[in-house]
Design a protein around this ligand. Structure first.
Ligand code: SAM
Length: 283
């Protein structure tokens, strides 16, 4: 009989996957990790009952969390990723040939190992790229002790529970700002506002306490259920958010990259939020 896996993120409503195969069920040092296979979405990674990514739709999140800050910045050479254990964000960052170094700081070595074993299509060789540096550590402690500056910092974390809770605070965002080069850009995941309105309000307040320029952009990821998901954007330089259309189009063309979701027009349009999301962000 098919086993059904139900996500436990929302108390009164759940999405479920028919688990054709459960490839892994493991209590790591930090969280409960499940990797299963589903006919519609392919391999699915779940941490502490919450869907992290699926093979079928991960490109949406990973393209948008990487290319919006990188093309918006325009000249990023050093990138820091906090979390992102599956390697999808690292993969998209390293597609930019202009990136000289991408440092990924993930708290849970088992997530990285198991993603490489059971979902290798997500990192697609990124961990073996000589420009990639993997550090197994708590992102909060790493940022507090780091001195090397970064042009772009991407917080690709779990939701603000357990080990990720401290990644959503003004103190952490302030420490990230100290690490950014002038005009550097920070991007963070900020939940699905229709179902998690407090998360975007909280991220907005915390980011705004640390940065002069804060915005949110929306993406549609089928398995982050409940409507549009938002990513928070912060910088000292508002101009790095949505460059002039001709400039952005030229940057994207010069990269030679092709995408499944990202486009220069979609980059600009993603910042045009529906009023109910703007209201949720205000709290
Ligand atoms: N795309 C996903 C989402 O939004 O649901 C996030 C995927 S990624 C697997 C999230 C990673 O953040 C996990 O592997 C988790 O171990 C890591 N993480 C959580 N707290 C962390 C911390 N304090 N420092 C570094 N990594 C952390």
């Amino acid at each position: 009989m098919t086993e059904w896996f139900s996500e436990t993120l929302h108390p009164h409503w759940r999405q479920s996957f028919a688990a054709d195969r459960v490839l892994l069920r493991e209590q790591t040092a930090h969280q409960d990790l499940v990797i299963l296979e589903n006919q519609t979405f392919g391999r699915v990674m779940v941490l502490d009952g919450m869907v992290q990514l699926t093979e079928r739709d991960e490109f949406v999140y990973h393209e948008m969390i990487a290319h919006v800050p990188l093309f918006g910045h325009g000249a990023a050479r050093r990138v820091l990723i906090i979390g992102g254990g599956d390697g999808g964000t690292l993969r998209e960052v390293l597609r930019h040939k202009t990136v000289e170094r991408a440092t990924m700081v993930e708290i849970d070595a088992t997530v990285v190992e198991m993603a490489r074993d059971h979902m290798p299509m997500v990192s697609d060789g990124a961990f073996d790229d000589p420009r990639a540096e993997l550090i197994i550590a708590d992102g909060i402690a790493f940022v507090a002790g780091a001195h090397q500056p970064y042009d772009v910092i991407i917080i690709d974390s779990t939701d603000p529970f357990g080990p990720a809770e401290g990644l959503f605070t003004p103190a952490f965002y302030g420490a990230c700002r100290q690490l950014l080069t002038p005009g550097g850009v920070l991007v963070v995941q900020a939940g699905v506002p229709f179902l998690q309105p407090r998360e975007i309000a909280h991220v907005n307040a915390a980011l705004s306490a640390a940065f002069p320029e804060v915005a949110f952009y929306a993406i549609a990821v089928p398995t982050y259920v409940g409507g549009l998901m938002t990513l928070g954007w912060a910088s000292e330089d508002a101009g790095k958010k949505v460059p002039d259309p001709a400039v952005l189009a030229a940057r994207v063309a010069a990269s030679g990259l092709a995408f499944g979701y990202y486009s220069p027009e979609g980059h600009a349009g993603a910042f045009a939020l529906p009023p109910h999301i703007r209201a949720a962000a205000r709290g």
